[in-house]
Design a protein around this ligand. Structure first.
Ligand code: NAD
Length: 485
């Protein structure tokens, strides 16, 4: 793993990376590990001038990068994937210290990242296409080109660091744009590693730059980046609240934007579902990474004929998978853990019941450790009913009529991911069609995001799509060229 301290023993400072140069600023902030609340290193915070320097670097690199051969970009992505594979131990270590990720989650995220880069590499040739439509104007011919925008700004969160950071710049770079990656304050070293991997892979200087900032400077630095005339498109992955700020800023400066925001995924379990398999997928979908995933299952809506059996299975799966001190998940901050405990207390005070009360009485240690909780009887007046918990709780509901299950699943501002479990594919598709969601997964968990398949939301979960050919198209604009015969 990379060192925690410098050679002289002082704490390591995560640098910005501009034009391939590591820049350590005087406006540092501490990075605290959720494992024990202790400082692991400090991080450099960018000023507005640093942000503009990153823009200038990306702008200068654009003409040459936009003209590289697709095969050159493909080879670079393949090299980057190989480097991540080789540096897995180091990168997984940063994830563990910065966000408390266990080995399974490290493997999952790093695997997605490696696979994602290879998958996109294979898609680059042929991604930039055009067409030759007919014109209504006599004697006029037309051709439509697809061109990269220029400098793209990617802002991404801490919760799946390599995958989400890569997603915010991979599709832009693959289509000939240059990029600025704006990393989060909780996992800056993971984001430093993303840019370092591309540096090692031989991405030309200036094509990818890293900006990090103190929480207090978020608004000023972000506005400086979006306002810069050279920045042509922004993508943001994070909460709907901050997404609304970024989308407003993009509107203010008339820049297109792609928004990947919060979620509150529901799963509808039909009467004929395979209970064993469905309950396992629900538990994994709800509690992986302590439920701190935008696609986490937050509501499980089960047909009343199998409800008791299903609830028993859920309890069994939770205690089997998360039943020891070592396997209890970690929340990113003590404040976030307190917020989640508050949501559960509020639900109980409004008549909800904890289905799997803790019977071990074991001291979990630092307060960021939180047992996965299944709630039943959640009242619509509870805060948790409409709030994205982004934590390890899931609410259990029952239904008799399919219409009621669908109405409950759709009764949220969000629409990112959903699930249906049934052994009858026709019935599952019938329900899937009626769920307001960017993705519906039949017979698998709601947590599913791979670079091969489009990912994005409806309603307050955002707009635009990452991944697949749709993700590449997002970072190209159409230019219509006509000529008269
Ligand atoms: P967040 O919105 O607090 O932060 C995301 C990014 O925004 C970070 O880089 C942060 O530094 C920056 N930021 C925060 N405040 C800002 C401000 N005022 N101005 C400018 N930038 C600011 O989100 P988070 O807590 O880090 O992540 C959790 C949220 O992200 C959840 O809601 C989750 O559902 C969502 N998320 C969505 C997806 C998706 O693909 N749709 C993926 C992962 C997470």
């Amino acid at each position: 793993m990379g060192s925690l301290t410098t050679e002289n023993g002082s704490p390591y400072t995560v640098p910005l990376i501009i034009n391939d140069k590591e820049i350590r600023t005087s406006t540092t902030f501490p990075v605290i590990s959720p494992l024990d609340g202790k400082e692991i290193w400090t991080c450099s915070g960018a000023s507005k001038q640093d942000a503009l320097d990153a823009v200038a670097a990306a702008h200068a690199a654009f003409p040459a990068w936009s003209k590289t051969k697709p095969s050159e970009r493909r080879d670079l992505f393949l090299r980057a994937a190989d480097i991540i594979e080789r540096r897995k131990e180091e990168l997984g270590g940063y994830m563990h210290l910065e966000i408390g990720a266990d080995k399974a989650y490290q493997e999952f995220i790093l695997g997605l990242s490696i696979e994602g880069l290879r998958d996109t590499a294979g898609r680059i040739a042929g991604a930039v296409t055009g067409s030759v439509p007919e014109s209504n104007h006599p004697g006029m011919k037309a051709i439509i080109y697809k061109q990269p925008y220029g400098v793209v700004l990617g802002i991404a969160p801490w919760n799946a660091p390599y995958h989400l950071g890569l997603r915010s710049i991979t599709f832009a770079l693959a289509t000939g744009n240059t990029a600025i990656l704006k990393g989060p304050e909780f996992s800056p070293r993971c984001y430093w590693a993303i840019v370092d991997v591309f540096r090692e892979a031989g991405l030309p200087t200036g094509c990818l730059n890293l900006i990090l900032h103190r929480p207090a400077d978020a608004a000023a630095v972000t506005e400086a980046l979006i306002a810069a005339p050279e920045v042509k498109k922004t993508n943001f992955t994070g909460s709907s609240a901050v997404g609304s700020i970024i989308a407003s800023l993009s509107g203010k400066y008339l820049k297109p934007s792609l928004m990947e925001l919060g979620g509150k995924a529901s799963v509808v379990v039909l009467a004929d579902a395979d209970i064993e398999k469905a309950s396992l997928q629900c538990v994994m979908g709800a509690f992986m990474n302590a439920g701190q995933i935008c696609m986490s299952t937050e509501r499980i809506i089960v047909h009343s004929s199998i409800a008791d059996k299903f609830q028993e299975k859920l309890k069994e799966q939770v205690s089997r998978i998360f039943g020891t001190k070592e396997t209890i998940p970690v929340i990113i901050t003590a404040a976030s853990a307190r917020r989640n405990r508050g949501l559960i207390e509020d639900a109980v005070s409004h008549g909800g019941a904890i289905v799997n009360p803790d019977s071990t009485g074991e001291d979990l240690g630092y307060e960021t450790k939180m047992r996965p909780t299944i709630l039943a009887g959640l009242d619509a007046s509870s805060k948790l009913y409409l709030t994205e918990s982004f934590g390890p709780s899931v609410s259990f509901f029952t239904y008799d009529k399919e219409d009621d299950a669908i109405a409950l699943a759709n009764n949220t501002d969000y629409g990112l991911s959903a699930g249906v479990f049934s052994e009858n594919l026709g019935a599952a598709f019938r329900v899937a069609d009626r769920l307001d969601s960017g993705a519906v997964h039949i017979n698998s968990m709601t947590v599913h995001d791979e670079f091969a398949l489009p990912h994005g939301g409806v309603k307050s979960s955002g707009f635009g799509r990452f991944n697949g050919y749709q993700g590449l198209e997002e970072f190209l604009y159409c230019k219509t060229v006509t000529w008269m015969e």
